[in-house]
Design a binder for this molecule. Structure first.
Ligand code: ATP
Ligand code: LTN
Length: 339
């Protein structure tokens, strides 16, 4: 696949796929770790972005809230800068090939491999009842990626292990049944791959957290952002310095500030030479508010225009067009009788 770049030469264009769960309020962690990369990649590659509702139901969800959140996440992805003329945005359950390939890949993945997944262990911890879906979650994720013969998967650091399993499953399928899948590479940002919770800088900012003060939601109004940042846990001492082990709270705030004001960590540190934690917090809040302002304005317009439905309908058609033939090839290779 090639694409004309400028007038004179061809740039190799790659397939990009990533997914976001409609499982809560999208956070600044989702934006800095994933969405920003999505927006940049759509200009260089053929991109598919998916609201993964089948993943969300692996833990209990309120049905009408899930429906509303699925639409909200799609609208937020567009508001963050995804352009329907440059990429494909769709809902996972609208393309049944994902669930079908997942079933087939269930037989190429072992129980032992799934049991080693740290996200499963974390999410299963403390639950009275753990669904089989939560255990099989990484196989559905592998199906999402492999169906599109994806080269690059932009994700936060928490998804690295799932990507390794996806690669393993692709290689195993290819060696058992013949070359079928592209073995994908993760694309994890150097800075911002793991934004930490404001109330506990040793755990990641998570949109399914029950403590709203732990995350900044993309739709939080300015005063909420100011209040949450003001209450963020900092560290002992008074120096503003990037030292993730020794000063996890301050370092997390410095990362947020650097990314939201387009600076390096070193430049961010320099901005606070001789300053205290209160100065840092004020600057962090304002940089976040300015980053979210255009996104929130676009979100408002999108909810009024009803454009999201059209985008998802077109996305569903395009995704099915690509995924269909790959699934047919897979069924053929494993020996399923053609209908
Ligand atoms: P949950 O916490 O409910 O499991 P999540 O916040 O991890 O959800 P996902 O939909 O699972 O959200 O993730 C969407 C993308 O955002 C993924 O690529 C994930 O790696 C990335 N991401 C999530 N949280 C963070 C974070 N704190 N820092 C950086 N990237 C993140
Ligand atoms: N498991 C991911 C969401 C996800 C995904 C994907 C990411 C589902 N399918 C395919 C990249 C590619 C998560 O929890 N963040």
């Amino acid at each position: 696949m090639t694409r004309l770049s400028g007038a004179k030469y061809h740039l190799p264009m790659k397939r990009v796929f990533s997914g976001v769960q409609p499982s809560g309020n999208l956070t600044l962690g989702n934006y800095l770790g994933a969405l920003r990369q999505f927006v940049a990649l759509q200009h260089e590659h053929e991109c598919f972005f998916c609201v993964v509702d089948l993943h969300a139901i692996t833990v209990p969800q309120d049905p009408s809230l899930l429906r509303a959140k699925t639409e909200e996440v799609a609208a937020l992805l567009l508001a963050a800068g995804l352009d329907p003329t440059r990429m494909t945005l769709f809902v996972q359950s609208h393309v049944p090939a994902h669930a079908e390939l997942c079933w087939i890949l269930n037989s190429v993945t072992t129980f032992g491999e799934l049991g080693r997944m740290t996200q499963f262990k974390d999410k299963a911890k403390g639950r009275k009842s753990v669904s089989a879906g939560l255990f099989n979650y990484p196989i559905l994720m592998a199906a999402d990626i492999l169906l599109y013969r994806t080269h690059l998967v932009p994700v936060g650091a928490d998804q690295k292990q799932h990507l390794e399993l996806t690669r393993e499953v692709a290689q195993r399928f290819n060696s058992r049944y013949g070359e079928t899948f592209v073995v994908p590479e993760p694309l994890i940002p150097k800075v911002g791959a793991r934004i930490m919770a404001l109330d506990d800088p040793t755990s990641k900012m998570s949109k399914s957290s029950e403590v709203p003060a732990s995350y900044i939601a993309l739709l939080d109004p300015p005063d909420t952002v100011r209040a949450k940042v003001a209450r963020a846990v900092t560290d002992s001492g008074r120096e503003v310095r990037y030292a993730p082990q020794e000063k996890p709270g301050v370092s997390n705030l410095l990362v947020i500030y650097a990314l939201c004001s387009d600076k390096s960590i070193q430049e961010a540190e320099r901005d606070f030479e001789g300053a205290g934690y209160a100065d840092l917090k004020r600057a962090v809040a304002e940089s976040v508010i300015e980053t979210l302002r255009p996104l929130q304005a676009r979100y408002k317009d999108l909810t009024v225009s009803g454009e999201v439905h059209e985008v998802l309908a077109a996305g569903r058609r395009r995704a099915a067009e690509v995924a269909g033939p790959v699934l047919e090839e897979v069924k053929d290779k494993v020996g399923l009788l053609r209908a």
